[in-house]
Design a protein around this ligand. Structure first.
Ligand SMILES: [Zn+2]
Ligand SMILES: [Zn+2]
Length: 400
């Protein structure tokens, strides 16, 4: 064991003394996966366990969201710790005793483990109360693209439960369970959609001069799109612009130039500035290209999930806490993911830090969102101990 700090060693062994309970709860949640905003069984279990530990429970934010609030001492600082509860609409192919009992639904992202680790930390903190201030345990619904975090914020999460900092954690196959990556700056990309409609004047395919051809304009537009990343965005800032859908004309009418062409795609960035730039530049190209061909363009950029960017101060605190648990196995360099996490909506409201906890080697090559993926129960103690030490580090008891 590479645990360095005595305090963390005792936290870990205390939590591990209940390991059979936490592991069987994790496997029970795995066997009963629920999709975003439908986590009624899961949120019921969460609320019941928090209440049993004497933690104040608030339900209903974002529908199935649960917030547990625990105060200790007279500290006036408050923090939020986030776990997501939802599963994915996909079949589980691996055979395991606690395999999904629900057809077409599975915990393939390890949110079953996230839920249990935060519950284990809450129980420990409620028993020991070795901190001074307020901790909000935020169990969010619908992380997987259904907008759970945004809904909780809209429902007043940070008005009802003001936080000075907010923290997230995600399991990561490929890192050992006693490893954690805590990195300042961008962690996950923004994930936005865009749509362009070119409006020309349809005509006979043999008489293009009698109309205004939107098909040729859209071809130029798609080719020019890549100049945004190649010529406009700072070369040191990662960004992606992809056209993923094109609709025009009819394959049974090859002598007809259509009136309209619809194009749609995705845009990804790791900084709010680059994200703004992509929104502006795609529109500029669409309108500019339309003008040069004498047609019209409608443009819409649909902001879905902002990037997750770790703020300096909470990252320093998270690093300090992680070092007590993981010792020299804390990584401060780790490549950002091109996926998104709607924890970004929390981090947008309150300074935040999102860390990666090892899930052990990828078993049979199964990574997140694979039909054979599974959370590693050996990580429960480490993740819970991190939450505990983070709370104790963030909300220290003042010694006279
Ligand atoms: Zn996922
Ligand atoms: Zn996930």
């Amino acid at each position: 064991m590479t645990v360095q700090d005595k305090r963390a060693t005792s936290v870990l062994s205390e939590i591990m003394s209940d390991h059979v309970f936490w592991r069987s709860l994790r496997q029970d949640l795995h066997a009963h996966p629920e999709l975003g905003f439908e986590e009624t069984r899961t949120s019921e279990i969460v609320a019941k366990l928090l209440a049993e530990d004497g933690i104040a429970v608030h339900r209903g934010l974002g529908g199935t969201g649960v917030v547990g609030t625990l105060k200790a001492g007279d500290g006036n600082r408050a923090i939020g710790l986030r776990a997501d509860m939802d599963a994915l609409a996909m079949p589980e192919t691996a055979d395991r005793p606690y395999k999904s009992t629900v057809e077409g639904k599975m915990h393939a992202c390890g949110h079953d483990g996230h839920t249990v680790m935060l519950l284990a930390a809450a129980r420990y903190l409620a028993r020991t109360k070795d901190f001074s201030g307020t901790v909000h345990f935020i169990f969010q619904p619908a992380e997987e693209g259904r907008g759970g975090a945004k809904k909780m914020v809209e429902d007043g999460l940070f008005k009802l439960f003001p936080c000075d900092a907010v923290y997230g954690l995600h399991n990561m196959p490929g890192l050992a369970v006693d490893e954690m990556a805590v990195v300042e700056g961008p962690q996950l990309a923004s994930s936005d959609s865009w749509r362009v409609t070119f409006r020309g004047t349809g005509t006979h395919g043999a008489k293009p001069h009698l109309g205004r051809d939107p098909v040729t304009a859209s071809g130029h537009f798609i080719a020019a799109l890549q100049t945004i990343v190649g010529r406009v965005v700072d070369p040191l800032q990662p960004a992606v612009v992809s056209a993923c859908s094109v609709e025009a004309g009819d394959p049974n009418a090859l002598n007809v130039i259509p009136d309209i062409v619809k194009i749609g795609g995705t845009a990804r960035a790791y900084s709010p500035e680059t994200r703004d730039q992509l929104e502006e530049e795609i529109g500029r190209l669409a309108h500019g290209m339309a003008a040069s061909f004498g047609i019209e363009a409608d443009y819409r950029f649909i902001r879905r999930i902002p990037p997750v960017v770790n703020a300096t101060e909470p990252t320093q605190t998270a690093l300090q806490a992680a070092e007590t648990v993981f010792g020299e196995k804390v990584r401060t360099a780790f490549p950002p993911s091109t996926a998104g996490d709607d924890f970004a909506f929390f981090g947008h409201e309150v300074p935040g830090c999102y860390v990666w906890l090892g899930n052990g080697p990828a078993v049979d090559g199964a990574l997140h969102h694979n039909t054979a993926y599974d959370f590693n129960d050996d990580a429960i103690g480490y993740g819970a101990a991190y939450w505990v030490r983070l709370t104790e580090t963030e909300l220290p008891v003042k010694t006279a």
